[in-house]
Write a protein that binds this ligand. Structure first.
Ligand code: FAD
Ligand code: DLZ
Ligand code: SF4
Length: 515
C-alpha cells in the first residue's frame, strides 16, 4: 500500500491554492480528499444552481491540483460507495490510506466544526484543524476588538481594517479625509441600455455533466439550470473580477441602493460566489479596486463603498457569527412565529417588488443587497415571519450563502432578531422607500400612495403595525423617536385603520390566499 503522510480534506468552499491546510503539502507524500456528499447538498435544500456551481468548481479545482502534481482522491456524488457525508468519506479515505494525520482548514459553519471535533475519535489518528487565513481578521482579533464594547458598530471595526490593510490610506488618515462616502451612494437608477452586459461563462464538458447530475438528483430543489453561467475556475473568476472593475466599479456607488426590474444586476460586482468559495482573494479584489481609484478610473465614493463591503461588512459579520454561535441561530427578539408564505418559493404574489426579487432569485440564485434587505428581508421583518425559517430560505436560495455570512445578515441586519447587536434599528420601511429606490411600484396591482384599505400597498400598513406591535421593544430606541412620535400624533381612528388593514392582510397570508 502506498504510504500517505497527510490526508488533507478540502471543503467545497475551500478552493484556494493558498489555503492553510495546503501549506507545506507535499505532492509526493500527501493526498488531498474532496467529496461531493448528499449531506452538504441537503442540510438545507440548496438552489440547483448553487449545487451545480459548487460541484463544478470543486471538480475543476481538483483538476488544477492534479496538474500541480497532487494526488486528489475525489468522490463524485453518484459514485458507488459514496457514504453521503463528509465524515463518512473522510473515514473511508483514512481506512484506505492510513495517513499519519488528517489536516483541515476550519470550516465556515459552526455545525461542520462541531462535527470536525469528533473526527479525532472517529479516525483514530491526529486531526489538525488550521485557522482559515483567507480572512483579514482572526477570531482572536475580533474577540479582542469586541470585548468590553457596548455595541459592535461596524464603522469602527471597518476603520481598524482600513488601518490594518492600508487600503485608501494616507499615513494614518483616510484618503480624501473621510472614512465613508455613503451619502453620495443613495441614488435611484434609470434603465441604461449602454450599461455593459454581464459576461456568462459557457458550460464546458465538466459543467454539463454536473448540470445533468443536479437535474437528476435535485429536481425538486428550487431553481432552474438552463441559465448556468457561473465561472467554475479561478482564471474565469479573475476575468469576471477584471470585467467588473473595468465596466461597473465606477458606477457601483451611484446605483448601489437602486432596484430596476429590467436589470437585476445594475453595477453590483457579482463576485461574492467566487470570494466565498475561495477562487478570489478578498484583499486582492480590494487592491484591484483601489488601483482603479489611484489610476483615475473610478471615483472615491464607488471604490470606498465597495472596499467597505469586503473588508468591513464581510469580515465583521464573520466575526459576529463566530462570537455569538451557537445560540445566535435561535435568536428571535420579536418572538415572531408566522411561517414563510409559499410565494417565497414561487414568486407568485401580486406584490411586484416581491415577485420580481423572488423571481430573479429563482432564475439566478442571486439578488443584490438592497433587494435582500429592503424587499424580502423588510417584508419578513414586518410580517413577523419566523427568523429560523427566513434564515433557512436565504441559506438555500443564494449561490453565495454559507451560514457564517448569511446568518448575521439575516438574523442581525435584516430581521433585528438579535435585538440590535448588529444594527442600531430595524430596517423596516413602508412602500415609499421601495417606490423611491425602484421602478417596481408602477407595475403593481397595489397602490403605493394608498395607506389603508383595499388596494393599498401592504408595506404601508405593515410598517405602522410592526412599530405598534413591537412598541414595548422599540419605542425607547432613539433612532425610532420620529416614527413613534408620528404614530402618536395620528388620530386613534387612523391608527385603527392601519391596524385593521394589516390584520386583514396577515389573515389572508395565514389562510394561504393570494396576496
Ligand atoms: P456587491 O454589492 O457588489 O458587494 C461587493 C462585495 O462585498 C460582495 O461580493 C461581498 O463579498 C461583500 N459584501 C457586500 N455586502 C456584504 C454584507 N452585508 N456581508 C458580507 N459581505 C458583503 N452575502 C453573502 O456573501 N452570502 C450571503 O448568504 C448573504 N446573505 C445576505 C442576506 C441578507 C438578508 C442581506 C441583507 C445580505 C446578505 N449578503 C450575503 C450580503 C450581500 O447582499 C451580498 O454579499 C451581495 O449581494 C453579493 O453580491 P455582489 O457580489 O454583487 O455584491
Ligand atoms: C454548499 C456545499 C454543497 C452543496 N456541497 C458540498 C459538497 O458536496 N462537499 C463539500 O465539501 N462541500 C459542499 N458544500 C460546501 C459546504 O457546505 C461548506 O464547506 C460548509 O458549509 C462550511 O462552510
Ligand atoms: Fe411593493 Fe407596494 Fe410597490 Fe407593490 S406598491 S411594488 S407591494 S412597495
Amino acid at each position: 500500500m502506498p504510504t500517505c503522510r497527510h490526508l488533507i480534506l478540502l471543503l467545497g468552499d475551500q478552493l484556494s491554492p493558498t489555503l492553510s491546510s495546503l501549506s507545506g503539502a507535499d505532492p509526493a507524500r500527501d493526498v488531498i480528499l474532496m467529496a461531493e456528499v448528499m449531506a452538504e447538498a441537503t442540510y438545507v435544500r440548496h438552489h440547483k444552481l448553487k449545487i451545480a456551481f459548487i460541484f463544478s468548481a470543486m471538480r475543476h479545482f481538483a483538476e488544477e491540483l492534479r496538474e500541480q502534481g497532487f494526488t486528489v482522491r475525489y468522490t463524485r456524488l453518484d459514485e458507488a460507495g459514496n457514504t453521503g457525508s463528509l465524515s463518512g468519506e473522510l473515514r473511508r479515505a483514512a481506512e484506505a490510506l492510513r495517513p499519519e494525520a488528517v489536516i483541515v482548514t476550519e470550516p465556515g459553519e459552526w455545525r461542520v466544526l462541531d462535527d470536525m471535533k469528533t473526527w479525532r475519535q472517529l479516525l483514530a489518528c491526529p486531526v489538525e484543524i488550521r485557522p482559515d487565513a483567507r480572512f483579514l481578521c482572526s477570531h482572536r482579533e475580533f474577540r479582542a476588538w469586541a470585548e468590553g464594547r457596548r455595541d459592535l458598530t461596524m464603522e469602527f471595526f471597518y476603520r481598524e481594517m482600513r488601518r490594518k490593510t492600508r487600503l485608501l490610506m494616507e499615513g494614518d488618515q483616510p484618503m480624501r479625509g473621510r472614512w465613508n462616502f455613503d451619502t453620495e451612494n443613495r441614488k435611484p437608477a434609470a434603465p441604461d441600455l449602454l450599461r455593459p452586459k454581464r459576461k456568462n461563462v459557457t458550460p464546458d464538458a465538466i459543467t454539463r455533466e454536473v448540470l445533468a447530475l443536479v437535474e437528476d438528483r435535485f429536481s425538486d430543489h428550487i431553481g432552474r439550470l438552463d441559465r448556468f453561467g457561473f465561472a467554475v475556475t479561478r482564471r474565469q473568476a479573475e476575468e469576471l473580477q477584471d470585467a467588473f472593475i473595468a465596466d461597473h466599479l465606477a458606477q457601483f456607488g451611484e446605483t448601489q441602493d437602486a432596484m430596476l426590474s429590467s436589470d437585476p444586476f445594475l453595477n453590483h460586482a457579482l463576485l461574492s460566489f467566487y470570494i466565498n468559495i475561495g477562487f478570489l482573494d478578498p484583499l486582492a479584489v480590494c487592491r484591484a479596486a483601489e488601483r482603479a481609484y489611484l489610476e483615475g478610473e473610478a471615483p472615491i465614493n464607488a471604490v470606498e463603498g465597495f472596499i467597505r463591503q469586503i473588508i468591513g461588512w464581510r469580515e465583521y459579520v464573520r466575526g459576529v457569527y463566530w462570537l455569538k454561535m451557537p445560540d445566535y441561530v435561535t435568536s428571535n427578539f420579536f418572538d415572531a412565529h408566522r411561517p414563510l408564505p409559499d410565494f417565497f418559493w414561487t414568486g407568485e404574489t401580486d406584490m411586484t417588488c416581491l415577485s420580481t426579487v423572488i423571481g430573479e432569485t429563482i432564475d439566478h440564485a442571486y439578488a443584490h443587497h438592497i433587494q435582500r434587505l429592503m424587499v424580502t428581508g423588510n417584508f419578513a421583518l414586518m410580517a413577523g415571519l419566523h427568523p429560523h425559517q427566513v434564515h433557512e430560505w436565504y441559506l438555500e436560495v443564494y449561490a453565495d450563502a454559507y451560514e457564517w455570512v448569511e446568518l448575521p445578515n439575516v438574523i442581525g441586519m435584516s430581521l433585528f432578531a438579535d435585538g440590535g447587536l448588529l444594527g442600531t434599528k430595524p430596517y423596516a420601511a413602508s412602500g415609499n422607500y421601495i417606490s423611491k429606490m425602484s421602478d417596481y411600484c408602477s407595475g403593481c396591482r397595489y397602490d403605493v400612495k394608498k395607506k389603508t384599505g383595499e388596494g393599498a400597498c401592504p408595506f404601508n400598513a405593515l410598517y405602522w403595525d410592526f412599530l405598534d406591535r413591537n412598541g414595548d421593544k422599540l419605542s425607547g430606541n432613539r433612532r425610532l423617536a420620529q416614527p413613534y412620535a408620528t404614530w402618536r400624533r395620528m388620530s386613534e381612528a387612523q391608527r385603527q385603520d392601519y391596524r385593521a388593514t394589516a390584520a386583514r392582510f396577515l389573515e389572508k397570508l395565514d389562510a394561504g390566499e393570494r396576496v
